[in-house]
Design a protein around this ligand. Structure first.
Ligand code: MSP
Length: 526
């Protein structure tokens, strides 16, 4: 069985989870679910980043001791993961001394043994918001634009990691395709950064200033730099540095690190250099997702445009949140979401779309056929073709097929191949939109033939239409579980079918027994 290891980045717990965190969770979850369905032995890791100055200060501001603060705060992330039906195999916490620390310590020791760690004096700027050492060229008029603050000037004795030693090798691995950074525009940015010359990087902070973190092995006067500590989570979670590290052998190297564009450099430069120094293989791919903006602006407390995933879940349900994030935020680009847009998508695509379609179709099956829909003869099925919207066909099919294809033809010739092609490139939004397109065509099918009228004049044809609708919904629900697991299950329940049945059994099916269910997506007032 091929293995497949996928990770998200681990969010800082200095504040509550926001929609950007939810985005990364659901994207990785959809991919993990998809790979499991392809038969891979998947290990899906997520977690929380709980050290560093930013978190220590947030705890202080909350008047709480840091341990209590991170325990409570990381629980919010766990709740979000649970509410969104995310299916990680492990959720690591960097403040976990038993499960994370040994891996981070082992990384540090290996890098030291390789001769790549030395003591030096760091004089320069540190942006607490980024938890990163910055230079003038990262700033605008002396201000970090992302955090709206001037970085702090520090002058302190630190351990340095010999990053410059590895810049060439990391560059070569990216150029030769051993380490793939996707999309390629992000790879080019990283390559340009590497070509401009990379300096060694400070890898610790004085413990007297930053006590909250992992002490440097053998020198407790220093605390590990939070990124060195955090990046190690990808191996510590597999037991690296402990006696039970079998999972390292099974799952490392990682297949996909999924991270946001702001932290691509840490993952594409520092992390590979650390791994090379520690004698470990590099990850295969780094997927760099875009950011969600709101109303054309970055989300921020000051602008008051932060979208809270919990309140969205409360209003629209977790499946709707998954739908918006997976169907309307392309994996590799930025997207804009506002409360109005989310409401509109929910109402048009879910409440009035798939939810209404399922209710109508199941109600007709129950009312006219007592819920039992049997497969009609093929000639009858062909007598009620799909009158497709012209734009859903490929140019070469237009003359030939409009008005003369069955829903079955459309699903096998269009929906499924396009869906598969989208998955091959991890265009999650396109794959999901293929299913939504099918729902729209089925909706149109109901409008075109009006089976609720036809039942009075031609019962056989009405049954053929309902069969096409029900069997198409069956196909559609099999394409959904990676995106909308609960919805897929609910549709399968209404159709009286198991979600995991084989294609062969499905194609031989001659009857559906429909049951009633509450509306999937009840209308929500604005
Ligand atoms: N703790 C580090 C990551 C360490 S990984 C070894 C960190 N945390 S974070 O909380 O600031 O960000 C976590 C993830 O959320 C990052 O991938 C980041 O890009 C992503 N997002 C932050 N804001 C976002 C949006 N507005 N939209 C989408 N993703 C966003 O960085």
């Amino acid at each position: 069985m091929p293995k497949f290891y996928i990770t998200t980045s681990i969010p800082y717990v200095n504040g509550p989870p926001h929609i950007g965190h939810a985005l990364e969770f659901v994207q990785a979850d959809a991919i993990a679910r998809w790979r499991r369905a392809q038969g891979d032995d998947v290990f899906f890791l997520t977690g929380t980043d709980e050290h560093g100055a930013k978190i220590a200060r947030a705890a202080e501001a909350a008047g709480s001791d840091t341990r209590t603060f991170v325990d409570e705060s990381s629980q919010h992330f766990r709740n979000l993961v649970k509410q969104l039906s995310i299916t990680p195999d492990n959720m690591i916490r960097t403040s976990d001394k038993e499960h994370h620390w040994p891996g981070a310590v082992e990384m540090w020791k290996r890098i030291t043994e390789r001769g790549d760690m030395y003591k030096g004096v760091y004089k320069g700027l540190y942006c607490v918001g980024h938890e990163a050492f910055v230079t003038e060229k990262d700033l605008k008029d002396g201000i970090c634009e992302d955090h709206g603050k001037a970085p702090e000037y520090i002058e302190e004795e630190n351990y340095f990691f010999h990053l410059s030693e590895y810049a060439e090798e990391v560059k070569r691995q990216i150029e030769e395709g051993y380490l793939e950074i996707i999309p390629h525009t992000r790879a080019n940015e990283v390559l340009a950064f590497l070509s401009a010359g990379v300096e060694d990087i400070s890898f610790s902070r004085p413990a007297k200033d930053i006590p909250w973190g992992i002490p440097v092995p053998g020198d407790s006067s220093n605390t590990m730099y939070v990124w060195c500590d955090a990046l190690s989570n990808y191996v510590s979670a597999l037991g690296f540095g402990t006696s039970s590290d079998e999972r390292m052998g099974t799952y490392w190297p990682c297949d996909i690190h999924l991270v946001g564009k702001d932290i691509a450099r840490f993952h594409a430069v520092i992390w590979p250099a650390m791994l090379l120094s520690a004698g470990l293989p590099l990850p295969k791919k780094i997927f760099v997702h875009g950011h969600i903006h709101s109303g054309g602006r970055k989300m921020s407390k000051t602008l008051g445009n932060i979208i809270d995933p919990f309140s969205l879940i409360k209003t629209y349900g977790a499946e709707a949140v998954r739908y918006v994030l997976l169907g309307h935020v392309p994996l590799f680009s930025d997207a804009d979401l506002t409360p109005d847009r989310i409401h509109e998508l929910y109402t048009a695509h879910l409440a009035n779309g798939v939810g209404n379609l399922l209710s109508r179709v199941s109600a007709m099956c129950l009312q006219y056929f007592d819920g039992h829909i049997t497969r009609p003869a093929d000639v009858l099925l062909a007598s009620v073709p799909f009158k497709l919207d012209i734009d859903v066909l490929d140019a070469r099919d237009r003359d030939l097929k409009v008005g003369s294809v069955t829903p079955e033809w459309f699903i096998h010739e269009k929906t499924i191949p396009r869906y598969q092609a989208a998955w091959e490139e991890y265009r999650l939004d396109s794959a999901l939109q293929e299913v939504m397109q099918l729902f729209r065509q089925l909706d149109r099918y109901v409008q075109d033939y009006e089976p609720f009228k036809l039942i009075k004049t031609d019962r056989e044809q009405a049954q053929a239409i309902l069969w096409s609708l029900v069997s198409s919904l069956h196909h559609a629900c099999r394409l959904l579980p990676f995106f909308l697991p609960e919805t897929a299950l609910a549709i399968a329940e209404v159709l009286g079918v198991p979600l995991n049945e084989t294609d062969e059994i499905m194609h031989k099916r001659t009857v559906y027994t429909i049951t009633k269910k509450e509306p999937l997506f009840p209308r929500v007032e604005k």
